[in-house]
Design a protein. Structure first.
Length: 305
């Protein structure tokens, strides 16, 4: 195993430990908020509990994905299970979107027909939820940029923390003023927190699954830079995609002057190409595959991209 592979394995193991701790805290908060919802009748607390349920499901999915990421590549799966974390994040985003839409619908209905709310129970369970969310945030904070999984988990818990804080505010308002619509207003706020971030995460994971060019990598600039290298005549069939977090790949056909394949230039040009994509751009691409060919071969190809 190379040092690079070992580093990825250590990171995946660390991610898994964070996810286990966050999952445990989230399940405890979920149980507490379900009890609080039954006692208080609060939609805001129910919304936070529903969000917690989605978080727990998402964290479980993320934990499974993090475990799969530790499995080595095989001839059948040459990248191992690196895409598992992308699939998990996309599924989490889908679940969150469903929860967000339900909360908005129910909040609007309760604005029109506000039910009785037990503000005292709502307040105490809101405090319990906020305390648990803070603990989960501390567990996930240092690794939130390491992968799609941890980023998705951190965003979900952050949303929950804001939701719990809003539940507390609503409980205080209801206690002081008796205005029970505050519960529905806070629920709308929680829904507004969920949906935009969910759509952004869903878009990013969908881009990966659709083999879009990695964000931050300008393929036109890559093409121009390769064409500027000595002895390079043409570049075509150039593609870049993201296998998983931190694993961009690029492939392409590079046409050289005919004599380069016989006078020894080709080997040096290949090294320059690999160094170019690995070091020159804001998104370094360590996994690159280039087909070196002559103009005669290029002209005989049936497909050009």
């Amino acid at each position: 195993m190379s040092g690079h592979d070992h580093s990825h394995a250590v990171d995946a193991t660390r991610d898994r430990k964070r996810l286990v701790l966050a999952l445990g805290v989230t399940v405890l908060i979920l149980i507490a908020e379900v009890v609080g919802t039954v006692l208080s009748g609060s939609l805001a607390l129910l919304a936070d509990a529903g969000h917690m349920f989605t978080d727990a499901s998402g964290l479980l999915i993320a934990l499974i994905a993090a475990s799969l990421a530790l499995r080595p590549p095989t001839p059948e799966r040459t990248w191992g299970y690196k895409r598992a974390e992308v699939l998990a994040a996309a599924l989490q985003a889908g679940l969150l979107l469903v929860v967000g839409v339900f909360i908005l619908y129910e909040a609007i209905r309760r604005l029109i027909e506000p039910p009785a709310i037990g503000s005292s129970a709502m307040l105490w369970f809101g405090i319990i939820g906020l305390a648990g969310n803070v603990v989960a945030l501390l567990v996930l904070a240092s690794g939130r940029h390491a992968s799609f999984n941890l980023r998705a988990a951190f965003l979900e818990v952050l949303n929950d923390a804001l939701g719990s804080a809003a539940v507390i505010v609503a409980a205080v308002v209801i206690t002081v003023t008796g205005w029970t619509q505050a519960d529905a207003i806070v629920s709308l706020f929680i829904g507004a927190l969920i949906i935009p971030r969910t759509l952004r995460l869903l878009r990013e994971t969908t881009d990966v699954l659709l083999a879009a060019t990695p964000k931050g990598l300008d393929l036109r600039s890559v093409r121009d830079h390769i064409l500027a290298l000595p002895h390079v005549v043409d570049v075509h069939d150039l593609h870049a995609t993201l296998i998983g977090t931190g694993t961009p790949v690029i492939t392409g056909h590079v046409t050289l002057r005919d004599e380069c394949l016989t006078d020894g230039h080709a080997q040096r040009i290949l090294v320059e190409l690999q160094e170019c994509v690995a070091e020159h751009f804001d998104v370094p691409v360590e996994h690159s595959t280039f087909q070196l060919e002559t103009t005669t071969h290029r002209d005989q190809e049936h497909l050009h991209h």
